[in-house]
Design a protein around this ligand. Sequence first.
Ligand code: MG
Length: 252
Amino acid sequence: MPELKSDREIAVMREAGRLVAEVLDLMGRHIAPGVTTRELDALAEDHIRSRGGEPLFKGYRMGGHTFPASICASIDEVVVHGIPSDRKLVAGQIVSIDVGATLDGYCGDGARTYAVGAVDPLKRKLMDVTLAALEAGIDQARVGNRLGDISAAVQQTVEASGFSVVRDLVGHGIGRRMHEDPQVHNFGTAGTGPLLAKGLVLAIEPMVNAGDYRIVFKPDGWTTVTADGSPSAHFEHTVAITGNGPEILTLA
Ligand code: MG
């Protein structure tokens, strides 16, 4: 059973979410040709710690691998979980930055995809559609709806534009831990799944491929790429279901 958060807990999560949004704004001001993702990672970590927070991804363990950085930086065909490196960003790329932070014991998690300089129309449309899919999913995060309503809204928005949603990675409940129940799939059937209740907090995060939905995991244990090499975009918000509808917590 997913854990429901009190108004007091959501108030703390609002601060953690604000910190995440500040980092994503900061990334947007620094992303440019010639910048390395390692430089972006250092900026992100410094900002999180300067506000009294802890990076959530650094040291995170999965399948025997430890994530070494505070952000995931995923360029072009990298879907998610790209490891920051000394590779310089190049005009025409898109780069997805995912960041998590804990503040006062609660987590915030968010992601955006940014254009590096001018990008081609396909990548621009991919980013626009992925953001629209996130917004459509968030709009379904209401008391009395079902989890499948979120998933279906994301999938329909993406597929109506001729793109595909990644099936093997999901959004998630979030609170004291980054990954809580339930899993939030980016595909599904409206009217199915558990009822959404006041106090449920979800990280909703469509990952959208310009081509086929299939992905491949690289041997480093993290880097996840599209199987067909097509570009991929990712937007994520931490969202609380309140008596007044969805509240996005990852806002600056
Ligand atoms: Mg997440």
